[in-house]
Write a protein that binds this ligand. Structure first.
Ligand SMILES: [Zn+2]
Ligand SMILES: [Zn+2]
Length: 251
């Protein structure tokens, strides 16, 4: 768990829960109009019903859902000329509506009490594949240390630990580090952007993942260039296979 250790994060999560526990009866923290169960991450049944799971057809590489009828595996136009270091991305749900709002508040407003809600979505979708015995460890997408200090936690790591404890896989947050913040780069072309993101991560020298199968975990995936950059470093450490699991897929 990075520089602060797991104790810090456990205390931080408990503090978040305690702040809400003062509000009784527990109210849905999305709509504030229905009862919610803290264990389910403070999102009530009506809001939970609005969540859209990712269902086939989706690109077998980057997990992008496709509206329409396709039978059998397909690859989207984007992936056909991409050279990704991961073999596949899977997402539990679409990054829309309630999920989008919760992800934003989880990350930027320190709404850590949403972790069970997001974590359970991830566990439900990822457990069948990850419990197969074919995977060795989970690696959260790292934040730059100054960003993590400012935010006080890494949302990807909180989710990876939630998932790891439920599928019985260890979490390693020390294998890849983020050495540059990636500034807004909307003015750059796709290739320049990818090159920038690639340079932002570095594999920890002296670590070896020889022959291991590794799962990168993040909260949300948009273009895939960040997770790809992390996957690339894991491959450099010798990982044989790298796949990606995220809570939500943006289109
Ligand atoms: Zn609600
Ligand atoms: Zn694709």
């Amino acid at each position: 768990m990075g520089r602060r250790g797991r104790g810090f994060h456990r205390r931080f999560l408990r503090w978040g829960e305690a702040a809400l526990a003062l509000a009784y009866p527990p109210i849905c923290q999305v709509c504030h109009e229905e009862r919610a169960v803290p264990r389910l991450g403070w999102v009530g049944p009506r809001c939970r019903r609005q969540v859209k799971p990712v269902r086939p057809p989706f690109c077998h590489r980057c997990g992008l859902p496709f509206d329409g009828v396709i039978t059998g595996p397909f690859e989207c136009g984007n992936c056909r000329d991409a050279d990704f270091s991961f073999e596949s991305v899977r997402a539990a749900v679409l990054a829309e509506g309630v999920v989008r709002q919760v992800l934003h508040r989880f990350k930027y407003d320190r709404a850590v009490w949403f972790r069970p809600f997001l974590g359970r979505l991830l566990v439900r979708a990822a457990r069948p594949g990850l419990s197969s015995g074919h995977w060795d460890l989970l690696v959260p997408v790292p934040l730059h240390p100054s960003r993590e200090r400012e935010r006080e936690f890494n949302q990807a790591e909180l989710l990876a630990r939630f998932l790891g404890s439920r599928v019985g896989l260890p979490v390693r947050a020390d294998l890849v580090e983020r050495i540059h913040e990636t500034p807004t780069q909307t003015h750059l072309g796709r290739e320049a952007r990818q090159e920038n993101v690639r340079r932002a991560f570095r594999a920890r020298p002296g670590c070896s993942l020889e022959g291991l199968s590794v799962v990168v975990v993040d909260d949300v995936l948009t273009t895939g260039s960040t997770t790809d950059a992390v996957a690339r470093q894991l491959r450099r450490l010798g990982a044989e296979r790298v796949c990606v699991w995220v809570v939500a897929r943006a289109r």
